[in-house]
Write a protein that binds this ligand. Structure first.
Ligand code: AGP
Length: 607
């Protein structure tokens, strides 16, 4: 969480810092700030405030700051409330810095070095600014090295020293920083998406290395203060971003992009009529020699794991566990060298997922990362990576990342089924035919989005909602409920329908909104009888049901939305588009900030 940026250039950087902070705002949007070295007055000027980058921009417009070297920050509060004082940058003596991460022992450092008297904010970050200032002897790299030896926790620190105008220093542990040459200088930021078309190559700052950003050079020093050659990677996705296009929110744009990105994720893995993971570099023995699979991830990505588990057990007949990444290493998971660990992450930076992966590898497991952001920490830590290639996902609520992660998992499962003898040639062929029809199925739902908008209107006043389904439908409902919760703030719970009468049905009364999904033909009758149980308690029922399923009691539903008839294993894709749209319209019609829901950040880099 928290977005950080730094520029040293030939022209003034204030506007560029603000523009880049806007690109990074999805990482946190409680408060924003910048610090620029003003050459005329030979001093660092700080502007910061609680609120959005737009508030900071207004503040800067009142009194602009001239200068060609500066740093910026957009915050997701961890230590200390949301107020101007706690916003970054923090300035102590000759040091100005911004930070992403958590300093676990900041109180200890504060007390040990007697820094308390110098602090204005309640943040862990300001303690580090004070510590660096205390140690500062005119040698920035030596000072930073000395200071970080005392720090426990994760950090990406971007630092300016008053007596080193035009130079920015950065160091990190876990929390990411990338650096790049721009046309007229150099920059650094928390992620590639922030480079925004200003660079075509970037470098990932190695952990505990110190980077010096000069107008004409990016210098990297290792832990022994030896200069090392930075390794630059091509930026091979579009970071120029045409904004929201004709859509009012990124979320809608990203929902609408799904047919295209799902197709890309699948087509690149179907070669000459067969599923191929050759471009991913995944060796066959990795998939044949494992005896069990553990999937670990957070939030939406974990829901992909749950759907994958259902499919893997069904098709591969393998033992699969899906674990919360945040609980993983504390639950003493059973892992050995025969375990294939699959980590799923859009950002590739979620710290819980990263730590779970590191733990699994220490236990001897082999790993595959299903990742969107190239060169991210989880991608670099995984033995093998399958990229989802969904392009930048900006809205906090994940949509196209979910469906492309699913698509990649389906390709992986299909390949495993062939290699492990679960699919013969004709089964592989029909599975591939199904995969190639997914985009059309999703498009079918998107084309009828006004019907979903109509359904959403009945949820606008709801305080609670329930979602019910069985089997694969239940896994997508977990994701649908998360979507509705996070962007519309309606308390929503997904239940396996058969489980309702073991307690939760007590909450179903007259007009309680219940959303049911029925796409699995083998359990249709059981599902419909669970639906009748809530109907008879007065629930206001909305049904998402496959178009090839007959309904004898259509009139008993508030709404019935027909889903395209597909292979049961694939209907999860159109259902997910429908539930994403439902959450989207409820949030929008409630007048909420769809892309930036309260208390959340897109990239969760703190445990
Ligand atoms: C869902 O809409 C959220 N954005 C969240 O649950 C997210 O999926 C989770 O934080 C994991 O993020 P990652 O995919 O970047 O690891």
């Amino acid at each position: 969480m928290c977005g950080i940026v730094g520029y040293t250039a030939r022209k003034d950087v204030e506007n560029r810092i603000l523009n880049t902070l806007e690109l990074l705002e999805y990482r946190g949007y409680d408060s924003a700030g910048l610090a620029i070295y003003n050459e005329k007055f030979q001093q660092v000027v700080v502007r910061k405030c609680a609120g959005r980058v737009s508030d900071l921009r207004e503040k800067c417009q009142e009194v602009p700051v001239a200068g060609t070297c500066g740093i910026g920050h957009t915050r997701w509060a961890t230590h200390g409330g949301v107020c101007d004082e706690n916003a970054h940058p923090h300035r102590c003596g000759r040091v100005t810095l911004v930070h992403n991460g958590i300093i676990e022992n900041y109180e200890e450092i504060r007390d040990h070095f007697g820094l308390g008297g110098e602090l204005i904010s309640e943040t862990d970050t300001e303690v580090i600014a004070a510590l660096i200032d205390k140690f500062y002897d005119g040698r920035p790299r030596a000072t930073i090295s000395r200071a970080i030896k005392y720090i426990k926790g994760t950090f990406a620190l971007v630092i300016m020293f008053d007596d080193k105008p035009g130079v920015i220093y950065a160091v990190r542990n876990v929390s990411p920083i990338v650096a790049a040459y721009t046309g007229d200088g150099t920059m650094l930021a928390s992620d590639v998406a922030a480079l925004g078309g200003q660079a075509d190559k970037y470098m990932v700052v190695p952990e505990y290395h110190i980077v010096e950003l000069h107008q004409n050079a990016i210098l990297v020093y290792d832990e022994k203060d030896q200069k090392v050659k930075p390794e630059f990677l091509e930026i091979d996705w579009d970071t120029t971003r045409d904004g929201k296009g004709r859509y009012p929110f990124y979320m809608e744009k990203e929902i609408m992009e799904q047919p295209e990105v799902i197709k890309n994720a699948l087509c690149s893995r179907i070669v000459d009529g067969h599923i191929s993971l050759e471009t991913d570099g995944i060796p066959d023995p990795l998939l044949t020699d494992c005896s069990r699979i553990v999937i670990t991830a957070c939030g939406t990505a974990r829901h992909v794991g749950l759907a994958s588990k259902a499919l893997m057990q069904n098709i591969l007949r393998m033992h699969v566990d899906v674990e919360y990444a945040s609980e993983f290493m504390y639950s003493n998971p059973v892992i050995d060298e025969k375990t294939l660990v699959i980590v799923i992450s859009q950002s590739g930076e979620t710290i819980d997922t990263l730590e779970a992966l590191k733990y699994a590898r220490r236990q001897g497991a082999r790993s595959i990362g299903v990742i969107n952001v190239k060169g991210s920490s989880i991608a670099r830590e995984s033995d093998y990576v399958m990229y989802t290639a969904a392009g930048p996902e900006i809205a906090v609520a994940s949509t196209k990342a979910y469906t492309t992660q699913l698509a990649v998992m389906y390709a992986l499962i299909g390949r495993m089924a062939v290699l492990r003898g679960n699919f013969d040639e004709s089964q592989e062929k029909s599975f591939i035919e199904g995969l190639l029809g997914i985009s059309a199925g999703v498009q079918n739902v998107l084309d009828r989005r006004t019907d979903i908008h109509r359904i959403a209107r009945d949820l606008l006043e709801a305080k609670d909602a329930f979602m019910i389904g069985r089997g694969l439908d239940y896994t997508i409902l977990l994701e649908g409920a998360l979507k509705l919760k996070e962007i519309s703030y309606i308390h929503t719970e997904a239940y396996a329908s058969g489980e309702l009468k073991h307690g939760t049905i007590a909450l179903i009364t007259e007009n309680t909104p219940v959303i049911a999904v029925v796409t699995q033909h083998d359990i249709k009758e059981k599902e419909l009888s669970n639906i009748r149980e809530v109907q008879s308690r007065g629930a206001q029922l909305t049904l998402f049901v496959s178009e090839d399923m007959e309904l004898s009691d259509q009139e008993k539903y508030s709404h019935v939305f027909r889903l395209p008839a597909m292979d049961d294993r694939l209907s999860i894709f159109p259902v997910s588009a429908a539930l994403q749209l439902l959450a989207y319209y409820v949030s929008m019609d409630r007048g909420l900030d769809v892309d930036k829901p309260r208390n959340l950040a897109k990239v969760v880099t703190v445990e």
